[in-house]
Design a protein around this ligand. Sequence first.
Ligand SMILES: NC(=O)c1ccc[n+]([C@@H]2O[C@H](COP(=O)([O-])OP(=O)(O)OC[C@H]3O[C@@H](n4cnc5c(N)ncnc54)[C@H](OP(=O)(O)O)[C@@H]3O)[C@@H](O)[C@H]2O)c1
Length: 327
Amino acid sequence: MKIVVIGGTGLIGSKLITKLNALGHEAVAAAPNTGVNTLTGEGLTEVLKGAQVVVDVSNSPSFEDAAVMNFFQTSTRNLLSCEAAAGVGHHVALSIVGSEGLPQSGYMRAKVAQEKLIKEGPIPYTIVHATQFFEFTKRIADEATVENIVRLPPVLFQPMAADDVASALCKVAITSPLNRAIEIAGPEAFRFDELIRQRVSADNDPREVVADPSAGYFGTQLTERSIVPGDNAQLGTTRFEDWLREPSNQVVPTSAATSGSSTTATPPCSRHSCTTRPRAAPRSRCRAYPCWTALPTAASPRCGCTSTSRRCSSGSAPSQLSLLPRK
Ligand SMILES: NC(=O)c1ccc[n+]([C@@H]2O[C@H](COP(=O)([O-])OP(=O)(O)OC[C@H]3O[C@@H](n4cnc5c(N)ncnc54)[C@H](OP(=O)(O)O)[C@@H]3O)[C@@H](O)[C@H]2O)c1
């Protein structure tokens, strides 16, 4: 079966492509650097020829409110109309557990708008609501940092491994459309601050993580259960503690850290929380994922992907702390 994965070069997309191909399907990665742009429509008609299923795991390069809304609405409209013309029979999209209950967040509003277009659109669909990815926990810590203290509300949090997300999407993509949303999550629930503290500590990151009931999360307040799933969620099998132990998920100490040198250490790939750090070259290939991520330089300390074909997906600066040498 030909299955087009929109965002097939990203964190989830690249894992999904591998899994679908391993099952003998013709999985095609569609993204700007493969010549497909859902915002402009470039390459869509061509890539969708003969496709039975489309899985949309793309993400907005900017999380700014208007930009993210424009991304998910324009991309989804373009996609659905080209899918209808191509005779695609199943549109699968990845969204977020609890998105409908968090309208203060511009990102969540955009995901809800994406889902509304899918539900009202012409293509049979399945929407997969996932909890936060383990790989996203570093970004969460960075966003929640003020003056070197990470403040998070001590609400329930049940994140999952990107690999488990991709496995769940793989199953959904090769079965019939459900025309509704399903939920997927990690196998264990934690207190939000507790899990982020584990992550920060495993990275030997000296930041303190504080439970602060008034702290926000990407522009919104959370309640006890706003980002955990209901009783019928399908649970992944990877436990956070085991995931943290995998070498590919550990932050590699820089030479500055190991030698005690005072030169500025470069933070790891902000795109996928991978552990790659540049050696001699200013850019370094991300070991865990098929991307090129530009790493901040002294001249340009803000996070910014300088590759001609890629943009910074986070749109944010690495925390000042992460630019300091690790001790
Ligand atoms: N992070 C979480 O914890 C979480 C939790 C639940 C659900 N989700 C959802 O999961 C999805 C995937 O996240 P991810 O972390 O895998 O994203 P990611 O690694 O940032 O990958 C995003 C992908 O989208 C592609 N893309 C960007 N602009 C595009 C455009 N105009 N046309 C076509 N493709 C475009 C990117 O291609 P280039 O690299 O070429 O730009 C890349 O392949 C998102 O929709 C997100 O809302 C995330």
